[in-house]
Design a protein around this ligand. Structure first.
Ligand code: PEP
Length: 251
């Protein structure tokens, strides 16, 4: 059975004074918890004796080192103590022109230092309106996923671009059908056992108020949460909703 994962993407938010938000998260739940703070906080979060969370980066360069001012390599993310790295987030694709080929090379770099890649895929609003969602996802998966994907090195987050930070969320039927599609695509390429083990997160305006219904959707193994991961009260409530969903499955 896939263990549920609550992942927080702090984006360009968070100072040392915000560490208390992580320390205040509920403990003892039967779900994995990952926080991806800005790179400046990875080491501090990893070392904090008050936190139990796994810590991830938000990006990495495909090369191990070199003349790339302002970039951070996968090796550096791992060296700081992170276990995961978010790759292919739509804000990176939009703000930095990241292509599927580049994302693929970043995933290879992440895997070379044993980081788990959290690959983000999702359609824009125009693509959604045009009914192109599944075509877009198929292309992103084919272009950005290297060979060798496995449950231990990959998490996939389905994040419709139009749902990120907008308060909009697809219908539960849409999320179910997209997650089923992603798993089927993974099965075609990597085999059923591998596909069945890879966790699929939903991301885009997940809040305490909608977490229960999202986590009840088949094939949703957790969430990648942006804005609502910044405050312990909100993210803690989402973690507890995920824990309740996990318990509902196991009875
Ligand atoms: C994200 O950017 O990964 C995200 C899901 O953001 P939000 O939860 O704020 O929509």
């Amino acid at each position: 059975m896939r263990r549920k994962l609550a992942a927080g993407n702090w984006k360009m938010n968070g100072l040392s004074t915000d560490m208390g938000e992580v320390a205040a998260l509920p403990t003892g739940l039967g779900v994995d918890v990952l926080i991806c703070p800005p790179a400046t906080l990875i080491d501090r979060m990893v070392r904090d004796p008050d936190t139990f969370v796994q810590v991830g980066g938000q990006d990495c360069h495909p090369n191990p080192n070199g003349a790339h001012t302002g970039d951070i390599s996968a090796q550096m993310v791992a060296d700081a103590g992170a276990s995961h790295v978010i790759l292919g987030h739509s804000e990176r694709r939009q703000d930095h022109g990241e292509t599927d080929a580049l994302v693929r090379s970043k995933i290879e770099a992440a895997w070379s230092v044993s980081l788990v890649a959290v690959l983000c895929i999702g359609e824009t609003e125009a693509q959604y309106q045009a009914g192109e969602t599944l075509d877009v996802l198929r292309t992103q998966l084919a272009g950005s996923l290297p060979d060798g994907a496995a449950p231990g090195n990959l998490v996939i987050a389905y994040e419709p671009v139009w749902a990120i930070g907008t308060g909009l969320v697809p219908t539960m039927a849409e999320i179910e059908s997209v997650h089923g599609f992603i798993r089927a695509e993974l099965a075609t390429r990597f085999g059923t056992d591998t596909a069945d083990g890879i966790r699929l997160l939903y991301g885009g305006s997940v809040k305490p108020s909608n977490a229960d219904e999202i986590f009840a959707v088949p094939d949703v193994d957790g969430a990648l949460v942006g804005g609502a991961s910044l405050k312990a009260a909100d993210f803690g409530a989402i973690m507890m909703a995920l824990d309740a969903a996990a318990k509902a499955i196991s009875v």
